[in-house]
Design a protein around this ligand. Structure first.
Ligand SMILES: Cc1cc2nc3c(=O)[nH]c(=O)nc-3n(C[C@H](O)[C@H](O)[C@H](O)COP(=O)(O)O)c2cc1C
Length: 336
């Protein structure tokens, strides 16, 4: 399949693996790129720019296909040295960066001068237009369903994607709630040129996380995510667990007086406990509603191949069949 996104990034399939803290290591990024998608290393999971350079080198040892690095600009207890991270990306010859969180405007000149293609992930049409205006090559439009930070507008992708299609000139991918062939075809129908997946890629053989995490994803349903930190205007969609229950209790008690320090135990330093140690009750870690569509742990290649094969089948048989009038009323059951 060829779309504006496959052409922009030089990839075979219009499927991107979004940056994920403590998940987006070289193993997963390389597996996605080797399977024809765009793998992304999560920059800030690497504690220093030097470590990021090493992670990029490890990824390059595992794939000769294009891959990218995610740089997330979120409020944090101490701001990371972004210019040094960008220098590491540039010097390592990575030519694709996924930015997220705050606008990457101040870093655009250095990224563009280095010939880096920038895809900015954002949760609203106005932020997408801003990204286009400051020179981003593409946008990842992240709906309310998404795992991680859905912003504060709460617009699901059924509305957000066609709104983005009506306004944007640069290509965009649908992000949030994407899991299978049906997601991809729906995203394309709504004007996207591909899709970005987070949560679904964690439940793959290559995702370098504790087996408890993958098991939790297979067991959870679409009812099992919660929104936290809304009072701080830093809303995050996470998987419900004992730590999150405690966090929500504190949020209810503190209401509008909530400060980040009140919930530090439930939000800071949680990722290594969950992803490395497999402590599933440690606290808040991002997870999308799409978890309700995850029922197995395939290899990345199996996942991507069946998405692409399923998408072709839906387009050629089901959709064309409707036009030709000879498609029986068959449900499109999950193939991915
Ligand atoms: C465990 C986890 C960690 C994430 N960490 C980051 C991150 O550090 N930076 C970022 O830009 N997005 C992060 N995301 C968001 C994903 O890149 C992606 O946009 C999102 O998962 C899409 O929604 P989905 O989970 O429904 O596919 C994370 C998502 C998950 C599930």
């Amino acid at each position: 399949m060829k779309t504006a996104i496959t052409e922009l990034f030089g990839i075979q399939h219009p499927i991107i693996q979004g940056g994920m803290h403590y998940v987006g290591f070289a193993e997963l990024a390389a597996a996605v790129s080797n399977a024809g998608g765009l793998g992304i290393i999560t920059g800030l999971t690497q504690k220093t720019p030097e470590l990021l350079a090493k992670e990029i080198a490890r990824c390059r040892d595992m794939t000769d296909k294009p891959f990218g690095v995610n740089l997330t600009f979120l409020p944090s207890f101490t701001a990371p040295p972004y210019p040094e991270y960008i220098a590491a990306i540039k010097e390592a010859g990575v030519r694709i960066v996924e930015t997220a969180g705050r606008s990457p405007e101040q870093y655009m000149p250095v990224l563009k001068t280095a010939g880096i293609k920038v895809i900015h992930k954002c949760t609203s049409v106005r932020h997408s237009l801003k990204a286009e205006k400051i020179g981003c090559d593409a946008v990842s439009v992240d709906g309310f369903e998404c795992g991680g930070h859905p912003g504060e507008d709460d617009i699901p992708n059924m509305i957000l994607l066609p709104r983005a299609a009506d306004e944007l000139k640069v290509p965009f991918v649908a992000s949030g709630g994407m899991a299978d062939a049906r997601s991809l075809v729906a995203a394309l129908a709504m004007g996207a040129a591909g899709m970005n997946m987070g949560t679904r890629f964690i439940a793959t053989k290559e995702a370098p996380v504790h087996p408890n995490v993958k098991k939790a994803l297979v067991e959870a349903t679409e009812l099992d995510t919660r929104l936290v930190m809304r009072a701080l205007r830093n809303t995050e969609r996470v998987l419900k667990n004992k730590g999150v229950d405690q966090l929500l209790k504190i949020e209810r008690e503190k209401a509008n007086t909530l400060k980040i320090q009140d919930i530090q135990e439930q939000v800071a330093g949680v990722y290594p406990k969950v992803m490395v140690d497999g402590d599933m009750d440690a606290g808040a870690w991002s997870c999308g509603m799409v978890v309700g569509l995850i029922n197995d742990i395939p290899t990345v290649k199996e996942l991507i191949d069946r998405i692409m094969a399923g998408a072709e089948q839906i387009i050629r048989q089901r959709l064309t069949g409707f036009l030709d009038g000879d498609e029986a009323q068959k449900p499109v059951r999950a193939v991915a």
